[in-house]
Write a protein that binds this ligand. Sequence first.
Ligand code: ADP
Length: 623
Amino acid sequence: MKRSITAVLRGRRLVQALAGGLALLGVLSLLAFPRIEAFFLAQTTQRAAATLRLAVDGLSTTIDRYKPLPALIAERPLMTQALKDPDNQGVLPFLNEQLRQTAFRIQASDVYLMDISGLTIAASSYRKELSFVGRNFGFRPYFQQAVEGGIGQFFALGTTSGERGYFIAAPVLDDARIIGVVAVKFTVDAFEEAWRSGPDEIIVTDLNGVVFMSSREDWQFRSLAPLTPEARTRIRTTRQYPLEAVQPLDTRDAAGAETTGLLTIAGTGGATTYAMQSERIQEAGWTVSILSPTAPAFRQALMVMAGLWGVVLLAGLVTANVHQRRARTEERLAAQAAAQEMAEVRVAERTAELNAANDQLRREVEERRLTERQLRKTQADLVQAAKLAALGQMSAALSHEINQPLAAVKSYADNTLAFLDRGRTDEARENVGRISEMADRMASISKYLRNFARRPQDKLGPTPVLSVIDDAVALMSSRLRAEGARIDFDRPATELWVTGGSVRLQQVIVNLIANALDAMTGQEAPVIRIAAECDGDRLCLTVADTGPGLDEATMAQVFDPFFSTKGPHGGLGLGLSISYNIVRDFGGRLSVRNAEGGGAIFTLDLARCDPATRDAAARMVAE
Ligand code: ADP
């Protein structure tokens, strides 16, 4: 959340910075554009000035080149001769041809000779359809200037040829008398042709302000300003131009057009603004002007501006991109750091939890161990207490159990004495035998009681089960024989070892065999089935008989001390109770169930022992 807010703020700042930058750029552009345009315009006018210089030079040089020619031609004797004798048909053809060749040589469009009235008597164009011969040019200013002894110069549209041209004229003298005029005309088309190749327009205006030469044909004989009445009169009288053609150009902002300024000229294709520069050719009274369109400078300025914008925008985009990337990298790093931090915190929390859980477990284990130890002690104490209580409880029974044989012993002893006194030794022997029996019974009670009261302090160790069973069966062999019973032991091939003690285990098995024999009393060939079966680290030892089994009440109390169904002369009711305790001391369990086909099955569940400790155990066999 915090991260995204930072990102949004950063993004907003970036957008603001970009917007600010763009606004600043816009203002700067508005301020800078006119300067950039002026710069390009200055370049344009500089280039145009050079072109103008060339144009002026070209025109001046041409005029200078042609200017002395009429005078030189007029000096030829043939001129004077022809003028003096105009009817001499022998001279004129020759003169005409001479003038044609001269015109060709000096690259003039026309060379011609006029008499004092202005009538052309010989001309280089004598062969042409529109020949000058016979035409009178007395109205032309150049003629008038030459007739007066000067050098006539004039630009006009040819009245005969219809070609524009520059006329230069000089008088033909006969001694000091002017008798005629020689004129040379050269055309200006070649100049205009050359001017058209450039990007600018070049015009030449005369003193009346009429454009008589131009790189644009449609501007010919147009004027930059409306003609004054005097100018109109001049043009009409000299027939310089067709007056109806002289229309003012549609110009605007002509202010400053004299030297360098901006001039807009409207035409059929729309208005075009030009930067205008002019130069005068003093001698001819011409003004040569160059008009450079301002649009390219404007376009160049626009392009520069666009380029600048492009560069700035690109730089902005690159900056924004870099900024964004950096921001993203920072965010990613921050996220990674946060994730790592979180992971570390989680690990720390988890470790702390685990440690706490471990501590708790350790405490619990410790408590449990303590409790277990206490429980064991309590149990042992309880068992002991129970045994003592049981001893107390059974003292009456004991006194009965012991007093009875004692009384019997007393009476048998007294009788024995009487029999002995009377010499009845057989009866006396019989009585002594009974006394011995009574003593045995009392001894067995005492033995059981000792076992019962003993605390389980004997050490546990590896105990060979099969050997113990063999010994127990051997102990019981006389009774088994007497009752015609047999042991059916499915004996495994190898010894089986359990945790316990040989003597005590033997005591348990003897007890179980004895109980089984008791249960099968009256049966013809009773069989006790013993089986040993391993299940992992446990050994299951069963002793099964074919007696009546145990009813529900017996099943519930069978392991209680002094519980017996065998009557006062039968059992003490301690055998199973002691056996149960012994097996429990071994870490095992003694249980009973009825077999499906009848009879009881006693099961000893014992812990198997590691065979590696057999040797150590061998010493305990003799326990
Ligand atoms: P006792 O043999 O002195 O009676 P025990 O503690 O050995 O004392 O046996 C308790 C009682 O359990 C017996 O009196 C008998 O009722 C019952 N019992 C023991 N073993 C068997 C058996 N194999 N079949 C039937 N009942 C049995």
